[in-house]
Design a protein around this ligand. Structure first.
Ligand code: GSH
Length: 224
């Protein structure tokens, strides 16, 4: 049994679980994983065994329970200071944290209109101007991060160079942009493709495809 346990919801649908899981993968630490399927009679009781909020992901480290994806990232960044979750440069770190927080608290229209489904694509979906404005804002965040801080976390095609916490926060959105065939600027498209090819993302998608659970309302709208 590993020291760390991460409880997540269905990999097919749970964007918040994916964020916590990608951050934990980044540390290279061994961990046990518990997947709790949503939408069942015992879902809430099962989640409450790990997470006091009744929501996932939750990280358990001995007596420490960390719920909320951003708090999990911060906990991991403190516990594994050499994992490079946040840039070492203060300006880059502040920028990455601001973008991660904007993602955590925002983009509600987009999140509602494009439920995460890493198993299926919806190329014919159409979106209103509200969603379009959020897509543009996200592309601006990505453009700005790459222009100002490329290389802040190392070599690579991600927002600050190597894959880091800011990418974990935006990875589910990148996946939605692929799934819903959103028309993107070329630089944003290159970033989305890089996220899709990130080996832990491939591992997550493969595990999602192997899941037996299907929640019909999440297959055609309505996000968990
Ligand atoms: N603000 C939370 C959001 C967590 C959240 O909403 N998780 C969903 C799954 S993506 C959940 O656990 N839902 C429980 C349920 O639907 O029963 C975070 O950042 O971790």
């Amino acid at each position: 049994m590993a020291d760390l346990t991460l409880a997540v919801a269905n990999k097919a649908y749970s964007s918040w679980s994916l964020r916590g899981w990608l951050a934990l993968k980044l540390t290279g630490a061994e961990f046990d994983e518990v997947v709790i399927p949503l939408g069942r009679a015992d879902t809430r009781a099962e989640i409450l065994k790990y997470s006091p909020s009744g929501k996932l992901p939750a990280l358990i480290d001995g007596d420490v329970v960390v719920w909320e994806s951003l708090a999990i990232i911060e906990y991991l960044a403190e516990k594994f200071p050499h994992a490079g979750l946040w840039p070492s440069d203060g300006a880059a770190r502040a920028h990455a944290r601001a973008a991660a927080n904007e993602m955590h608290g925002g983009f509600l229209a987009l999140r509602r209109a494009m439920p995460l489904n890493v198993r299926h694509t919806f190329p014919d979906a159409r979106f209103d101007d509200h969603v379009g404005a959020e897509v543009n804002r996200i592309q601006a965040i990505w453009r700005d991060a790459q222009r100002r801080f490329a290389g802040a976390t190392g070599e690579g095609p991600f927002l600050m160079g190597a894959f880091s916490a800011i990418d974990a926060m935006f990875a589910p959105v990148a996946s939605r942009f692929t799934g819903y065939a959103v028309d993107l600027e070329s630089q944003a498209q290159a970033y989305v493709d890089a996220v899709a090819a990130h080996p832990p993302m491939i591992e997550w998608r493969e595990a999602a495809r192997a899941e037996p659970w299907v929640i019909p309302e999440f297959e055609d709208g309505g996000a968990p």
